[in-house]
Design a protein around this ligand. Sequence first.
Ligand code: NAI
Length: 214
Amino acid sequence: SNKRENISMSVIRRLPRYYRFLGDLLKHGVTRISSRELSQRMGLTASQIRQDLNCFGGFGQQGYGYIVDQLYREIGKILGTDKRRRAILIGAGNLGRAIANHMAFETRGFDLIGIFDQNPNLIGQVIKGIPVQDSRGLEEFCSRNHPAVAVLCIPRESTHEMATRLTKLGIKGFWNFSHYDLSVHFPDAVIENVHLGDSLLTLSYRVSELERKE
Ligand code: NAI
């Protein structure tokens, strides 16, 4: 709908956190929650929550609160988790392994269907039930299985070439952990860069602030 297209990116960036919170509430059997209580639990103001959630339909009712599973499903739809999408992971090193093992792709609408590396010592190793394949087989694999997104856990030097290759194979989205700025070179692809180091620097700033006040 039109309404949906107008949701600002800053709201979208906050939705995963709502989604996670609501999922936890559901797990604990909570069926209904007021914006005030949700705001207390999430450390936001009630008006911020109302503003965010009103962007895509007014299902919070005055004096009644939100129906948790309805809101959870609605946010899921906006985030696209109601569709299944296939993902592949490139680079089965330390980081790739950690992500394949610990990331619940399924609960976020993704099926991790393949893991690839160029290192012969890793090929054939099984990570979370998925055997590491030779990345030379990517063309054949993608033409058969049509993955939509790729998780990049390869070094910066390999990233440009790999992304070029994958784009030709129909990959439309990159969850990019390599420290290479793909967005500059692949304007048509959807790219989410993850830099854990940025989060650490934010922590550094905030600790510095705290120390300044002491
Ligand atoms: P690693 O060396 O353990 O793993 C990299 C893997 O990629 C190796 O198995 C290698 O054989 C494979 N590889 C390299 N080029 C390839 C290609 N063209 N095709 C297929 N496979 C290829 O390194 P690690 O520790 O897993 O880190 C991977 C990258 O992620 C590094 O560049 C690192 O800087 C980065 N990193 C990013 C973080 C972030 O927050 N974004 C956090 C930690 C690491």
